[in-house]
Design a protein around this ligand. Structure first.
Ligand code: NIG
Ligand code: FE
Length: 456
């Protein structure tokens, strides 16, 4: 047995967990970096023959050479110890973009797409998001909660310990709140960490224009979220809009995101997916002292728009322009790339290489939703490497520290460093790259998933 609870009587004081003698401990970063970009991606921090200690508070207490940890902690007690000989320890994976609360199967649409229908054709014929909205409106809160729990379980088994969860299949206030309550319940229950996103502007409800839908969100939905937030009933972290031709135009997008930002929500939205919308340009933030991007906007007479908004993250970006990439790099808005979307819809791949070369903070998400039924970040990293030409270190950083950055949580999540949350995975391989190299069958490879120092 490699995992043993410590002897009884050992439990008082001491520490939560000792992971001993791993072949590799992939810290990802080791100097408190909030994200990794450019050259920092070429050599992730990896320790060979190392051990790691998590305290009873669930935070990492020590990482170091196995003999050094043994000496330091020889007198200490642990609630649990795991012998990691021949195995690798990595940070828990972070999934920066999912739509996990919904009812109604859309496997029939997969068949339609295989037969040649495009995403927008199905959407405009009342399928796609609209189909899911109808079913989600009818579903009970309990039903939505149960299916969410099952999906989160699958994600955890595939190594995800922090996940962004969007609402967005209600569109009306009642169902959006139902979805956010379901997400809140899952967040309180744990053990998976959740970053909650209000995505009421995921589609324009039937019979409304984008402007009317934006008015409804700004005047009714957001004030209600504020009220529920101040009463501690629902905690929302991010605001999202599907900024797309035929969905929310640039102006409505700008108005909604700005109103969300005024409430203290982080901007994290769908941009430049199917058509170039200049979403990246207008929404990159301006806290950087570098005014190169600002000059660009002045040239384009968009200064007033660009200066208003700051986006923590923009997702998709299959159609982003060169100027959008430059603006994101300057503004440190992260790009959440979703390899499952381009794969499923046979779209052109987002230009990950160009973004990485320009210094954009690239993160990854599964985009789990009824269109892209993928709950596995190892699969996402594999697709990112093969289809978007990312290296394995780039993909791992994108699915850990940079994804945590996209959610504004990289000070506590996304790497194995002393003081960070004890979220990690142990794989049954002596080289960490197997987590990405292998495609399919990850449940056997990932031997332990640990959240806040507890095996789940
Ligand atoms: O990220 N692009 C918009 N939203 C989702 C798809 C949602 C759906 O089709 O249900 C996405 O791919
Ligand atoms: Fe999405």
């Amino acid at each position: 047995a490699t995992r043993r609870p410590a002897a009884r009587g050992d439990m008082a004081g001491g520490h939560r967990l000792l992971l001993e003698n791993a072949q590799q401990v992939v810290m990802v970063c080791a100097r408190g970096e909030r994200f990794l970009a450019r050259d920092a991606l070429h050599s992730l921090a990896v320790l060979e023959g190392a051990s790691l200690v998590v305290g009873t508070d669930g935070f990492i207490k020590a990482i170091g050479r196995a003999d050094a940890i043994q000496t330091l902690f020889s007198e200490e007690t642990f609630e649990e110890r795991i012998d990691c000989s021949g195995k690798c320890i990595l940070p828990g994976l972070v999934d920066a973009h999912t739509h996990p609360v919904w009812a109604g199967e859309r496997v029939h649409e997969f068949a339609m797409k295989l037969a040649g229908a495009t995403y927008m054709e199905i959407h405009q014929a009342g399928g796609g998001i609209n189909f899911t909205v109808e079913h989600t409106r009818q579903a009970s809160e309990e039903e939505l909660f149960c299916s969410l729990q099952q999906r989160l379980q699958c994600m955890m088994r595939a190594g995800t310990t922090l996940v962004e969860c969007k609402s967005g299949y209600g569109l009306n206030l009642e169902t959006e709140l139902k979805m956010l309550r379901v997400i809140e319940r899952a967040r309180r229950q744990g053990p998976i960490g959740i970053s909650a996103t209000y995505c009421g502007a995921h589609s324009v409800p039937k019979g409304k224009t984008a402007t009317e839908a934006a008015d409804e969100i700004i005047n009714n939905h957001l004030p209600k979220l504020k009220e529920l937030g101040s009463r501690g009933e629902i905690h929302v972290d991010n605001i999202d809009v599907f900024c797309e031709k035929g969905v929310f135009d640039l102006n409505s997008t700008r108005r909604i995101l700005q109103s969300g930002k005024d409430l203290g929500l982080q901007i994290n939205f769908h941009g430049d997916e199917l058509h170039p919308m200049k979403a990246a340009e207008i929404t990159s933030s301006w806290y950087s002292s570098d005014n190169q991007a600002q000059t660009f906007h002045l040239e384009r007479h968009q200064a007033q728009l660009g200066a208003e908004l700051g986006a923590q993250a923009i997702s998709h970006l299959e159609e982003v322009s060169d100027e959008g990439i430059a603006a994101m790099a300057t503004a440190r808005s992260s790009a959440v790339l979703l390899p499952t979307t381009a794969y499923m819809l046979r779209l052109k791949q987002p230009r990950a290489r160009k973004m990485l070369d320009e210094g954009v903070i690239v993160a990854l998400g599964s985009d789990f939703n009824p269109n892209a039924y993928c709950l596995s970040m190892p699969m996402v990293m594999h697709l990112a490497c093969v289809n978007m030409r990312m290296s394995m270190p780039e993909a791992l950083a994108a699915a850990t520290i940079n994804a945590a950055y996209a959610l504004g949580k990289s000070h506590t999540h996304g790497s194995l460093e002393v003081g960070k949350q004890g979220d990690l995975i142990i794989i049954n391989s002596s080289r960490w790259e197997h987590l990405i190299y292998q495609f399919g069958g990850h449940h056997e490879l990932i031997e332990y998933v640990i959240a806040k120092g507890k095996v789940i």
